[in-house]
Design a protein around this ligand. Sequence first.
Ligand code: C5P
Length: 221
Amino acid sequence: MSASLAGRRVLVSAGPTYEDIDPVRFLGNRSSGRMGFALAAAAASLGAETVLVAGPVRLETPPGVRRIDVRSAADMHEAVLCGLPADFYIGAAAVADWTPRGVASHKLKKQPGVDTLTLVLVRTADILADVAAHPSRPRCVVGFAAETGDDADIARYARGKLERKRVDFICANRVGVAGSGFEAEDNALRVFWNGGERRFGPAPKTRLALHLLDFIAGRIA
Ligand code: C5P
C-alpha cells in the first residue's frame, strides 16, 4: 500500500434502498452492502475521515467510520448531499431507480375476484450524477455498475455511465454469476476511467477495497 488518505474526507454510500409500498411491503434489491462497507473500512484504515451512508443492511460499522443509516433512495440522496463537501465520493450503493408514486397508508388488501395490482413507479433522483454536478463536487467521484451482460456490453455500459454521469471512475462488476457481485464475499471489478481500464480481483471484497482505494488515490494524487 502506498497511498495515505490522512487529512482527506471520504463519503461512501452502501447497501440497497427500500422503497415502501405500504406499511408492510417494499421494493428492495439483493445488495449486501459488503463492498461499500469494505471501502469505508479501507478509507478509514488509510487515515481518511470517513462517512458511510448505509441502506438497510445487517453489517457492523467498521472502526473509525461515522455511519448514517437510511432506508429509501430519497433518504440516501439527502444524507449524501448533506455529507458534502468531501474529497472522494464512492457511490457503491444499489440505489433503486424507481419508487412507488405514493406510499399507501394502510396495508393493500386483496380484493375478491381481482387478480392484478398495478403499481405506478416514478424515477428516483440520481445521487451519483447529482454529486458529480454539485457546486461542492468532490475531487474524485466513483460510481459502481452492476451488470449482467457479456464483457463487451459491460465496457460499453460503463463508458456510457462515465460520460453521462460525469464521474471519474466506474467500477463495473458482474452480477448473477458465482464469485462476484451482490451477495458474494468475493468480487471482481473492471475499473474504467477516461482513456483507461484496469481489472481487480477476483479477491475478497476487503482486499479488493484496499487495492481499489490505493489505486484511485494514487491516480488523482
Ligand atoms: O445507472 P446505474 O444505476 O447502473 O448506475 C450505478 C451507479 O449510480 C452506482 O454508483 C449507484 O450508486 C449510482 N446511482 C445513484 N442514484 C440512483 C441510481 C444509481 O447514485 N438513483
